[in-house]
Design a binder for this molecule. Structure first.
Ligand code: SF4
Length: 348
């Protein structure tokens, strides 16, 4: 065993009882709800997830509905959350749950981990929160809080460090309150021992036990390797309009934003004169620059609004209303899709 967290448990639980936020997936922690919310919460703030969660559950209330959902419906429900492979994996997992687990998420950590898109963290969250099993959920927030308490300089990007913390927490999971314990650490990480900026130690229920606080090493823990520099890619993005319809293009099945709808775009920085040579333009208006950051690459974009004299082949041509209702376009293009989805274009 690494670090003994047993003394912290009651302090976490008492604090959680008084400070837990009321969240839609908490009031009724059904396994399906915990699953959906935890997947959404990866890389997205709680406040932003609430609306998405409610809309998702209203449209797809259970595993069966998710397993049978059309891809475009799913992507539309996910539009703006990014990392679309997450929702695609959820559908694959739902199909497996229907086939192999009678439509119910298994109450078993290993069986959960065997489902597409469910890793150790999500499996631990579902197992402990929905089923009360003594399985910890260790993500970046939990690592930050617990490594500070332990005053540990372990590199939290290492799999073995995560695994060891899971073991340490599993050893102290309080019988009958496993879900609360899991959520109390997550909640403390979100509200007190915050990810960016100075933690609010004076409000922390485990301050007296926190080595990083006492040893003045808070700003050095958690230890993570320096992030690799992202590749910068110049792109030119086109809002192409012809007779009130706008061009959409479907990306290929592999790579970045695989299989998603996008605005037409090309590598490099094209000049208006070059564009006019290759498409039948009536007018060209520059829409300015925008940047979108993916995990390994940054797009530095320049946008143009092109009014065309004829529809080009190779694209889907849709009205603004159809796009807003049925098509999920990744947030990478939001600086330019707003020119399609403006009120003027939606008045049909
Ligand atoms: Fe985090 Fe401060 Fe609490 Fe330590 S005392 S766990 S650094 S908030």
């Amino acid at each position: 065993m690494g670090y003994d967290y047993s003394k912290t448990v009651d302090f976490f639980l008492d604090w959680y009882e008084l400070n837990a936020r009321i969240l839609p997936w908490r009031s009724e922690p059904k396994p399906y709800y915990v699953w959906v919310s935890e997947i959404m919460l990866q890389q997205t703030r709680v406040e932003a997830v609430k609306g998405y969660f409610e809309r998702f559950i209203e449209t797809l209330p259970d595993v069966k509905a998710l397993a049978e959902a059309e891809d475009d419906v799913l992507l539309k429900l996910w539009e703006g959350l990014g990392y679309y492979s997450r929702v695609r994996n959820m559908k694959k997992a739902a199909v497996r749950i229907m086939e192999e687990h009678d439509g119910k998420l298994p109450a078993d950590y290993e069986a959960l981990c065997a489902l597409p898109g469910i890793g150790a963290y999500t499996a631990g969250a579902i197992a402990s929160i929905a089923y009360g099993l003594p399985e910890p959920a260790v993500d970046g927030n939990v690592l930050r809080v617990m490594k500070r308490i332990a005053g540990s300089f372990d590199d939290i990007s290492k799999e073995v460090v995560k695994k060891d913390l899971r073991e340490d927490l599993r050893a102290v999971m309080p019988v009958g309150r496993c879900g609360d314990f899991t959520q109390s650490i997550m909640e403390l990480g979100a509200l007190v021992c915050i990810p960016n900026g100075k933690p609010l130690c004076e409000q922390c229920p485990v301050m007296h036990l926190c080595r990083a606080f006492h040893e003045d090493t808070i700003d050095k823990i958690p230890v993570k390797p320096v992030a690799k520099q992202r590749r910068i890619e110049e792109r030119t993005v086109y809002v192409m309009e012809c007779a009130g319809k706008f061009a959409l293009h479907k990306r290929g099945d592999k790579g970045l934003l695989a299989g998603l709808w996008e605005l037409p775009n090309a590598e490099g920085k094209q000049k208006p004169e070059e564009i006019a040579e290759s498409v039948p333009v009536l007018t060209i208006e520059e829409l300015g620059k925008a940047k979108h950051i993916f995990s390994h690459v940054e797009w530095h974009m320049t946008g143009y609004y092109l009014k065309l004299s004829e529809l080009l082949s190779g694209y889907e041509w849709k009205s603004a209303e159809e796009i807003s209702r049925e098509y999920a376009i990744p947030a990478a293009f939001s600086a330019y899709t707003k020119h399609i989805l403006s009120d003027d274009n939606n008045e049909e």
